[in-house]
Design a binder for this molecule. Structure first.
Ligand code: BGC
Length: 369
């Protein structure tokens, strides 16, 4: 079968011919991959800036945004059957007894850093025809979500962020989002960036009851602006509204959801975070030089306005399940916008240009079967 892989030491991106994997344990499932989404992380791996092959191997099969169909199950598998659609999770736990997060099944909070990530860090990924995976790391997907379920993994980032925001803001029991009170929410969220992570974040925040503003450097005639407005969110073009005017335009900024990985603009935006606000960072910047920040102003605000800055990486099983549920809700509420996020479905033969040429559209997906 074919797989897209990188060899970092030889700086090669290639189509590999490799044997079909077979079940080797009773709790395993063989999955035929249907679609794999590509993101900035894949592009960085294909530029040899990120990504690590499994121990003892010189190549890494990439791809971590997968959707597949079960073709065979081990004798101990209870929840899945051939024909079921599944989304595989990305991160696998470390081996250390003292890592309470991994032992509790929350490897997204791993303490040791010795977790692996399929398609990213020391474990092969999903951009291949067939994978074998433990039942515990596969999230079932209803058949009616087939056309959009490849968006599950990027949506888990927003789901985990919203769960964290909810936990932090329990300190404000009169506000939101806390528990079921979000319907009455008047909170305002600014999303930084109009890529797939930003737009899915905007959908999740709208669904949670926030008034949402997406701040982006894409000009207002870009199709993303229309798509974002169709969610009932406000699109703000960065050249039309400077960052120092943003709070005047939005009001108290209760949440910022950063989805660019751009350090300079993120820290500038931090200066505008409102009273009792939460600033969520999701982007992973490449190793660049230092940036200038107004540290004293940011620090003063953090203290005098009770602000919280949190970073969030990867996601737990609960976040995958929440993302799958929410994709169903989004498909009912904003069918055109949700489908419109996937701007290209391509054969595997186009892997090189998709990974290495200038990115086009919003979300590009490789169709495998
Ligand atoms: C993936 C996460 C992963 C992170 C860091 C992101 O692109 O969505 O699952 O934890 O990269 O490797």
């Amino acid at each position: 079968m074919n797989a897209v892989a990188v060899n970092p030491s030889r700086e090669e991106v290639m189509l590999l011919e490799c044997p079909e994997p077979a079940l080797s344990g009773p709790a395993q499932v063989r999955v035929r991959m249907r679609e794999v989404g590509l993101c900035g992380t894949d592009r960085e791996i294909a530029a040899f800036e990120y990504g690590t092959p499994p121990d003892g191997e010189d190549y890494l099969i990439i791809g971590h945004e997968g959707l597949g169909e079960v073709v065979e199950v081990g004798t101990a598998v209870e929840s899945l059957r051939p024909g079921d659609l599944v989304v595989p999770m990305v991160r696998r736990p470390c081996r250390h007894e003292h890592c309470y997060a991994c032992r509790a099944g929350r490897q997204d909070f791993c303490y040791t850093g010795e977790f692996t990530e399929r398609g990213i860090k020391q474990a092969h990924g999903f951009l291949t025809e067939t994978i074998v995976e433990e039942e515990a790391y596969l999230a079932p997907v209803p058949a009616e979500l087939r056309e959009v379920a490849v968006l599950t993994e990027p949506l888990t980032i927003a789901e985990k962020a919203l769960a964290q925001i909810g936990l932090v803001q329990q300190r404000l029991p009169w506000a939101c989002p806390v528990g079921d009170e979000v319907a009455a929410c008047r909170c305002r969220a600014v999303v930084l960036g109009a890529g797939p992570i930003g737009i899915l974040g905007a959908m999740a925040l709208r669904q949670a009851g926030f008034e949402v503003f997406v701040y982006s450097r894409n000009p207002p005639d870009d199709p993303r602006a229309k798509l974002i407005e169709s969610l009932g969110a406000t699109y703000l073009f960065s050249e039309a509204v400077s960052l120092d005017k943003l709070a005047g335009r939005v009001g108290n900024i209760d949440v910022v959801y950063e989805a660019t990985g751009a350090a300079q603009v993120s820290f500038q935006l931090m200066e505008t975070l409102g009273v009792n606000g939460v600033f969520v960072l999701t982007g992973v910047p490449g190793r660049k030089g230092p940036v200038k920040i107004e540290a004293a102003r940011i620090m003063r605000n953090l203290v005098l306005k009770n602000q919280v800055v949190l970073g969030t990486v990867n996601a737990g099983r609960v976040d995958f399940e929440a993302a799958i549920r929410d994709l169903g809700v989004f498909l009912g509420r904003w069918p055109h916008a949700l489908r419109g996020l996937i701007t290209g479905r391509h054969p595997i033969s186009r892997y090189r240009e998709l990974l290495q040429d200038k990115p086009r559209g919003i979300k590009n997906v490789i169709r495998l079967h």
